[in-house]
Write a protein that binds this ligand. Structure first.
Ligand code: AMP
Ligand code: FE
Ligand code: FE
Ligand code: ZN
Length: 286
């Protein structure tokens, strides 16, 4: 059984529609796939229908942008009730700030001498419920300013660059509590990836366990072998579920094909058994 618990559609910064993504997952030989768009559950309905047709088990998820000591930390929430008032209002708040921030990014780029307008960016975000830097990157590529998303981040959009603008995000601990209150389970996405590594030492992870953290995404492209060994030891120590996934973004992120990393069936069973409702009940609330 092949299980991939972290993918993005064009409802956030992936390039395939939710149903296309599910069909790609089936073609890639996956049996279980989670859709985890940034800060939105908008793709669940279509993905769920497509999964039933393709004979794939769909896991409803969302990758929530959070903040710990001022550093961005991504939390994967699975099986949450999308209609939960606290969670849905918080996700809407994040998305609203993402929309405002797009204007601020465009203004910063203009000040830095880049000829770009809001319309240029919005053209690349037509299917997105959650907009972000990758859509600005796509505009910069289309306009010939850079060759690809990676170069757009390196030159203009990464922290410290002229087009970087921070976004609103709830505290990580509060997000974890909110996920539980909404009946779901919480897994730290790529905890030792480029950004969050700065704050997520063993002590901070242990502190999050007190708030209800359930798992760590250990097998992820951002982690080298040493990170994976270290994180696996932390997970074992703290009794956390270990996941592995691709963080697929369609053609929006190179070297992240579906099934690049997978989650062991026993770990997925443990994770889903910690959630309150089953998949079908969740999606019906969406
Ligand atoms: P945002 O949530 O708007 O701040 O944008 C963050 C997203 O941009 C991440 O989820 C990644 O998908 C993407 N991203 C971050 N850094 C890079 C990079 N160096 N190259 C390409 N995509 C990136
Ligand atoms: Fe992304
Ligand atoms: Fe992430
Ligand atoms: Zn992701």
């Amino acid at each position: 059984m092949r299980i991939d618990l972290h993918t993005h559609s064009n409802r956030s910064d992936g390039t395939e529609s939710p149903s296309e993504l599910i069909r790609s997952a089936a073609a890639a030989g996956l049996d279980v796939v989670a859709l985890t768009d940034h800060d939105t559950t908008d793709g669940w309905h279509d993905a769920h229908l497509a999964a039933a047709e393709a004979g794939v088990t769909f896991v409803p998820g969302v990758e929530i942008s959070t903040r710990l000591r001022g550093v961005g930390v991504h939390v994967l929430a699975y099986y949450v009730d999308p209609a939960n008032p606290l969670l849905s209002v918080e996700l809407e708040r994040i998305r609203a700030d993402r929309r405002d921030r797009l204007q601020r990014i465009v203004a910063s780029l203009k000040s830095a001498g880049v000829a770009i307008r809001m319309d240029d960016v919005l053209k690349h975000a037509e299917s997105a419920d959650s907009v972000g830097r990758p859509h600005v990157a796509d505009a910069l590529v289309a306009m010939g300013h850079v060759r690809n998303r990676t170069e757009a981040f390196a030159t203009w959009l990464a922290e410290g660059r002229a087009g970087y603008v921070a976004k609103y995000a709830p505290e990580t601990s509060r997000a974890v509590r909110m996920i539980h209150a909404a009946g779901g389970v919480a897994v730290l996405a790529h905890p030792w990836g480029r950004v969050s590594r700065r704050v997520l030492d063993r002590g901070q992870i242990a502190a999050l366990v007190v708030h209800g953290l359930d798992g760590l995404e250990v097998d992820h492209a951002d982690h080298d072998d040493e990170h994976r060994r270290g994180l696996r030891a932390v997970a074992e120590d703290l009794g956390l579920v270990v996941t592995g996934s691709s963080d697929y973004h369609g053609t929006g992120k190179i070297d992240h094909p579906l099934g690049l990393n997978t989650t062991a069936p026993a770990q997925w069973e443990r994770l889903s058994s910690l959630a309150i409702l089953d998949d079908d009940q969740r999606v019906q609330g969406a």
